[in-house]
Design a protein around this ligand. Sequence first.
Ligand code: MN
Length: 329
Amino acid sequence: MTRAATVDLVNAGTRFLVTCHRRPDADALGSALGLAAILRALGKDATVWVPEALPPNLLFFADGLVAHELPEGRFDATFVMDTAATSLLPKGLPPSELRGPLVVVDHHAAHDGVGDVVLRDCEACSTAEVVMHLAADLGQRPVPKAAAAPLYAALVADTGGFRYAMTRPETLRLGAELLEGGAKPWVTAYELFEGWPAARMHLLSAVLETLELHQGGRVAVLRVTRAMLERTGANDDMVEGMVNYGRMLRSVDVSLLLWEYPREGGGLDTKVSLRSSGRADVANVAMALGGGGHRAAAGSQVHEPLDATLRRALSAIEAELVRLDGASP
Ligand SMILES: [Mn+2]
């Protein structure tokens, strides 16, 4: 139903704002640029607006295509991509009389209902996939050439390079369509997963040194402190993906990365990143810590120091492992 409502909004309007969640990642930004290209192919005016600076590794598809200042005037609707919670809406979103209906496009299992229209498919591997299904409803498949590179980047990022369990035959067919549209597989993989500055490698080395195993080896714990970031000259963006290293251990069901993170207004929070090697549902764990996410990848930001957060996280993980062991004898 929401797909039909979204199509009606697109057909009825002429001027759209497209944005995404805070700290944009490849799926958030790629699905935003992909949707904007589709709207333009329909003769609509579409602006992708992101108030923050973009992560450098996403510039290969986004450079010069994103407005950082909010354009003036009214919009017929505002799309917010890949966003599961009100707290993740971009700062400075125009008031409702200027932005029009808020259409939230998403694929997260846990969603707080944010949006006047919520176009959400929890089976989709990425928000980019939801956009491609919407493109079909709008008569824009294959997608316009300008949509291919950003949507492909989103697909590759959210499936871990077509490796994660939600990679279905359909996912590869969508990927094939985007390659036919001109997306570049090696450029995409290199920019998303490699091309590191040396400081990031030094940070990884320090993070791996902190490895601890709990619950008889089933839980890997990694830490990132401000001191480690300072010592290696790394920044917070470079921590992205480091939680995955704990998951590589064969004994591990849950990898947990705890990261001292500056709190708005001063002080330190602890960011919690969780990955499952396939059996445990880490969205359950993240929810127990006030966050959310997917079965295999979830997280939270906790207003407590790292050690206190570690204790809470370990007990939430233990509860999930007990649930898991009860469910599959
Ligand atoms: Mn996503």
